[in-house]
Design a protein around this ligand. Structure first.
Ligand code: ARG
Length: 288
């Protein structure tokens, strides 16, 4: 690959909130105005990624599968290998065949090399619960609300890379990507209250205090931890000033996109994307 960041997104024209599988979702509150705003917001996010130098592939919408707009949950992708997800909730299981076909077509085009299935009986919701930390050279894997703990050994076997497992406790921060975001250069933006005491201790052991940026409840509820990071740039939902100031003081520059319609479904910029070009070897200096 060229070293250009490469993301999958999904067209938002079939997005809505029609069921409730997390506390953010309220089907009764969803309006046609939200649907129109969502289509615009998805395009704005795509432009923000492209302006940051990324290439974006857009998967077509499928009526009846509103959460297809969150391709982070489709698979774990590293070193051109794709471990397909299995969704915990029946409401999202129809996405599995659509994402499988999408990856098969990426494979035909030579854009991924291998597609792997999860064994029966396990759930795993993709890059939402398996975040590659390029600086530390390992996955951080979340489990509990959505992904099975048992899926972690499958990730280890599939990718042959080290893994640090973190148990999630909050029904509001049900995927690791809602509360945990490693940033280029080794800093970590995260929301401690989403984790068990043991997982919090693991994070503190592995990430020195000077590298930890702890989100407040307000910042986490604004879905700002669910961010896309490209080098020094961080692309996220509208951020409270408190967070903007802290990230800038740490040398990062923020691009904010109004993703309110997607927050009504419990997601924002990271989970609206799936990075396809990640490699486990350290990237060449010019890559991002
Ligand atoms: N409504 C979706 C769900 O509950 C939102 C998924 C957001 N994805 C994420 N990786 N945080 O499954």
């Amino acid at each position: 690959m060229s070293g250009q960041p490469f993301f999958l997104m999904t067209d938002a024209s079939a997005f809505d909130v029609r069921y409730k599988i997390n506390p953010w979702m309220d089907p009764r509150g969803w309006t046609p105005a939200d649907a129109a705003a969502a289509r615009g917001a998805s395009k704005t996010l795509r432009s923000a990624l492209e302006n940051a130098g990324a290439r974006v592939e857009v998967l077509g919408a499928v009526n009846g599968l509103p959460d297809l707009v969150f391709p982070a949950n489709a698979a774990v992708v590293l070193d051109d290998t794709v471990l397909l997800a299995r969704f915990r909730h029946p409401e999202r299981q129809g996405e599995e065949a659509v994402f499988r076909a999408a990856f098969q077509s990426l494979k035909t085009r030579g854009l991924v090399r291998e597609i792997v299935d999860l064994p029966d009986g396990l759930f795993h919701e993709g890059a939402g619960d398996a975040i590659w930390d390029a600086d530390r050279g390992h996955f951080w894997c979340g489990y509990g609300p959505r992904s099975s703990q048992g899926a972690i050994r499958v990730i280890r076997r599939t990718f042959d890379r080290p893994i640090v497992a973190l148990e999630l406790v909050s029904d509001r921060f049900y995927h690791l990507d809602t509360c945990f975001c490693p940033l280029a250069g080794g800093k970590l933006l995260y929301y401690p209250a989403a984790f068990t005491a043991e997982a919090q201790a693991t994070i503190r052991d592995l990430v020195p205090e000077a590298q930890r940026i702890e989100a407040t409840p307000e910042e986490a509820a604004a879905f700002c931890v669910n961010a896309v990071n490209l080098g020094r740039q961080v692309i996220m939902a509208r951020a409270p000033n408190s967070l903007r100031t802290r990230l800038e003081a740490n040398g990062y520059s923020l691009t904010e996109v109004d993703l309110d319609p997607f927050i009504l479904s419990g997601g924002a910029s990271y989970c609206m994307t799936l990075r396809l070009d990640r490699v486990s070897a350290p990237a060449p200096q010019a890559a991002e």
